[in-house]
Write a protein that binds this ligand. Structure first.
Ligand code: NAD
Length: 543
């Protein structure tokens, strides 16, 4: 490429990235390893997780107790509960550490992320066991959570290596260099439903890009988050660079989001909280030195369309996996199914009988396909929607949890048919094992109604028609569109994840644009004519 044309960043190639393989629990030795980890973690129940600010452990008088959702009498551990003053202290610590961390060569930050990933790999069953107990995730889902956390560390490390190569666009007498700098202090506010993966993803992206972090996990998953903090310290992340701040969102959230010393707010959670954060972060204080960047990944009301020529066996399995996996507590979960009239009745019949075969049980039991929901508030909210469904539509399947009712927060899967596409059941995110099935007279109506929601996170189609598949690619309004497969289970790099409309204002997690949100692009232009030509540049990097 000639100097006159300038040099450009090469177009992205297939990257040498491999997803962490999921555990195959049909293998006896892996089942035994997981069981050993579960026993070992159970022997640690009652552990305490202090705040960690500037490397110092701080116990608070107020505590957050984490109960096992499968067995509510069991306290998995207790975490300290930060006050707004402690939130300020954590931000101050992160601010103090920002300058030196931002100047650490990117290679070292990348190594820290690789060490984090390596340590998670060493402890994968132990981490999965904490997830089983604290969040009620069945074995394979808990294992997937750990694998995704490892993937995020490795993927963002790889991306940072690429982004650290400055782009030159030089002309005779003019040298131009485009590179990135860290933004500063990031506040990470996470949900409980991917207690390790999502938290790790947001933290790793911020750290590897050279920002310091105040990590605020969800109340329900503070113990797992404390394990990430532990691993980060073992991986040598310096004091103050990552601060651990468990606490109640409504109490410390405003301090974190409104602080003039915070440059990025990275949030994943519900729409009301995400929108409130976006609004609060837009208020600019005279003490502020940068306009805050908000990354907010929010909820979904995701649809699957079942075309009249679809393979119904596949469609039924896909809907069941997408709607009831982790008891419907995934932002990507299917909660509406639009079925073409000719196959509506057979589809419903098969869906109901396949759902009846799901085994509801404690997450600890490897045979469980449907574990508990996260807590009492979630159970009550879901049961209110079930009561509404019974009033407004036709109940096709509604199981019973039997004696589990007394043990934990269990809700049986529910299928409603003939649901009004504008009803609350069809429009509100329920975040539980409840699915609304709706008959449509044409594929046009299916697309129209599937898109008739404020959200745009995931969507799917089961069809054998190339024309309909092509329409789905273009017309379905969702950040992640899946064809002839379940709509959950996005994998880092392969399926960069995130929505639009009211589902999100960030760029896709696990995708190549994600890290850019944590960086400031800077162009340096030097007139080299005045001094004659400079010797070849040494390619020094800023990030
Ligand atoms: P939530 O919004 O209740 O809580 C998320 C986090 O926000 C928690 O850490 C909470 O303590 C904190 N928070 C609460 N009030 C706050 C406030 N006023 N200021 C600052 N922080 C505050 O969500 P949740 O119940 O933990 O998670 C479930 C939700 O997350 C669902 O809506 C789901 O769709 C969504 N989610 C989205 C994605 C995605 O990638 N789009 C992924 C996972 C979950």
């Amino acid at each position: 490429m000639s100097d006159a044309e300038g040099s450009m960043r090469p177009s992205p190639k297939a990257l040498p990235f491999h997803n962490e393989p999921l555990a195959d629990f049909s293998r006896k030795e892996l089942r035994a390893a997981m069981q050993l980890a579960l026993d070992d973690v159970a022997s640690q129940f009652g552990i305490e997780a202090p705040l960690i600010i500037d490397g110092k452990a701080i116990d608070t008088r107020k505590q957050l107790a984490s109960h096992n959702p499968s067995k509510k009498s069991q306290v998995v551990g207790t975490a300290s509960c930060a006050t707004p003053e402690q939130a300020e202290k954590a931000i101050e610590a992160a601010r103090r550490a920002a300058r030196s961390w931002g100047r650490v060569p990117h290679e070292r930050r990348v190594e820290h992320m690789e060490l984090l990933a390596a340590e998670m790999r060493n402890r994968r069953f132990e981490l999965a066991a904490w997830i089983v107990y604290e969040c009620g995730k069945p074995w394979s889902e808990a294992d997937g959570d750990v694998c995704e956390a490892i993937d995020f560390c490795m993927f963002y490390a790889m991306q940072m290596r690429e982004l650290s190569i400055p782009v030159h666009c030089d002309l005779p007498g003019e040298e131009n260099r485009f590179s990135y700098r860290p933004r500063g202090v990031a506040v990470v506010i996470a949900p409980w439903n991917f207690p390790l993966a999502i938290l790790t993803g947001m933290v790793a992206a911020a750290l590897v890009a050279g920002n310091t972090v105040v990590m605020k996990p969800a109340e329900q998953s503070s113990i797992i988050a404390s394990k990430l903090m532990e691993i980060a310290r073992e991986a040598g992340i310096p004091d103050g660079v990552l601060n651990f701040l468990p606490g109640i969102g409504e109490e410390i959230g405003p301090t974190l989001v409104e602080s003039p010393d915070v440059d990025i707010v990275v949030f994943t959670g519900s729409r009301p909280v995400g929108l409130a954060i976006n609004k609060a972060a837009a208020e600019t204080s005279p003490l502020q030195t940068s306009v805050k960047r908000v990354i907010a990944e929010m909820g979904g009301k995701n649809a699957i369309i079942v075309d009249e020529d679809a393979n119904l066996d596949e469609a039924v399995q896909g809907v069941i996996g997408s709607a009831f996996g982790f008891s419907g507590q995934k932002c990507s979960a299917c909660s509406r199914v639009f079925v073409l009239a000719p196959c509506y009745d057979p589809f419903l019949e098969r869906l109901a009988s396949a759902t009846a075969s799901l085994k509801i049980g404690p997450a600890l039991d490897p045979a469980t396909s449907l574990g508990p929901v996260i807590d009492l508030a979630a159970k009550q909210r879901i049961e209110d929607y079930i009561a509404l469904g019974k009033e407004e539509s036709r109940l096709v399947y509604g199981g019973d949890v039997g004696p589990l009712e007394k043990e934990g927060f269990f809700v049986a899967p529910h299928i409603f048919a003939d649901v009004d596409p504008q009803s609350r059941l069809s429009q509100n995110e329920i975040f539980g094992p409840v699915v609304a099935v709706i008959k449509v007279s044409s594929i046009d109506q299916a697309f129209e109604w599937a898109n008739a929601t404020e959200y745009a996170l995931t969507a799917g189609l089961y069809s054998r028609s190339p024309r309909t598949i092509d329409r789905a690619r273009k017309e379905l309004e969702a950040g992640n569109i899946y064809i002839n497969r379940p709509i959950t289970g996005a994998m880092v790099n392969r399926h960069p994840f995130g929505g639009y409309k009211m589902s999100g204002i960030g760029s896709k997690a696990g995708g190549r644009d994600y890290l850019l949100q944590f960086l400031i692009p800077v162009t340096v232009t030097e007139n080299t004519l005045r001094r004659g030509f400079a010797p070849p540049s040494e390619d020094e990097t800023e990030t």
